[in-house]
Design a binder for this molecule. Sequence first.
Ligand code: DX5
Ligand code: ZN
Length: 217
Amino acid sequence: MTIIAPSILSADFTILGQEINAVENGGADWIHIDVMDGQFVPNITYGPIIVKASKKATNLPLDVHLMIKTPELIIPDFIKAGADFISVHAEACTHLHRTIQMIKNANVKAGVALNPATPTEAVEWIMDEIDFILVMSVNPGFGGQKFIKSSIKKIEKLAAMKEKKNPDLIIQVDGGVNEKTVQDIFNAGATSFVAGSYIFNAPDYKKQISLLKELAK
Ligand code: DX5
Ligand code: ZN
């Protein structure tokens, strides 16, 4: 099943609730919320209060992507705010296994995100413990960047690894997803697609979401 997760990073924050409703009505499956701390990535966005506000706006699962250092310090607040999926970066966690258990113990779906230069081996020994892997196909920090082509090989490798270790694992791709890249990403083995600028910078969100779904099947 193809999952489209619009990233609110590219939404109009003066009308966030309406933006979320519009993608929900347009066929979105999850709402992707990009949390940045100005340390792990060179940008600062928002924290638990935006997750809490988004929860009021929609019944769709909230997919919270933590691009922050020492995420374990604030994960409980994101759980309280209503996160349904939480991904942490392998590069940002000294004790990744412990952080993943912390998320899972709260009955929240747990994911590990990998930067473009991080090898697949970073998730090899945690793959059977997690619900999803987030493959960054741009350097995290900003919307609207160009898709990094080597991500395709990386997804293929992860897809082969998951067959042995955790067939139910969802491979999610984040960054530069659009009508030109989505098909190759899907063919490589990803089923969850984060898209920010491709959806929110267009006049008709439903059209964009439908096109991605049409191409990824
Ligand atoms: C980037 C974020 C992405 C971002 C994707 O650091 O993790 O979720 O919103 O934006 P697009 O789809 O415009 O590449
Ligand atoms: Zn993201």
